[in-house]
Design a protein. Structure first.
Length: 180
């Protein structure tokens, strides 16, 4: 028997769990497709959505913008963010500045080119077009619901909480199998 797979649950509970799974799959698909739309828009400026995210973080963090802080904020490893920062510096988007002489700690700063790209790309025709099918009220409701989900997800550390979250001993009455 697979770890965390179920005991019997009622039909209504099973429907709820299947709806939850469907929602998560839709969120993943939406995220993927929105990244594609955004990357297509940003490619005209020679930048990716991931690079844009890093530029926004550097802007928001100001003096605190360092490789490790960016890595933590983006949930990426240090090597990956470091390589990306080197490439962004070569592209003239940021400067990597040593905190102290002979120090390995680097502070990241926006260049004029990086600041200009932030101004140009604050608005997304593609995202606005996709979102235009929702009313302002629906957008606010969606934002509030997603914010609550993100807040809940941030309470968990995947490295240590996976067994606790998925354990049938935690909530045996709420476990369900999606296997046939």
């Amino acid at each position: 028997m697979l770890m965390g797979l179920p005991r019997e649950v009622g039909v209504e509970e099973q429907k709820l769990f299947e709806l939850n799974l469907l929602i998560w799959l839709q969120i993943a698909d939406l995220n993927h497709k929105m990244h594609q739309v955004r990357n297509k828009e940003l490619s005209k400026h020679g930048i990716t959505s991931r690079q844009m995210h890093i530029l926004r973080l550097i802007e928001a963090l100001g003096e605190k913008a360092g490789i490790s802080v960016i890595a933590k904020a983006t949930e990426r490893n240090l090597d990956e963010v470091s390589r990306q920062a080197v490439g962004m510096e070569k592209d003239g988007l940021i400067k990597r500045i040593r905190v102290k002489p002979k120090s390995r700690l680097l502070k990241l700063e926006l260049t004029d080119k990086g600041r200009e790209l932030l101004k140009v790309s604050r608005f997304s025709d593609g995202i606005n077009e996709v979102s235009s099918i929702l009313t302002e009220k629906e957008l606010k409701q969606l934002h509030a619901a997603l914010d609550r989900l993100l807040t809940k997800l941030k309470q968990y550390d995947p490295a240590t909480d996976t067994d606790r979250i998925f354990s049938s001993e935690r909530h045996p009455e709420k476990m369900v199998s999606f296997l046939p």
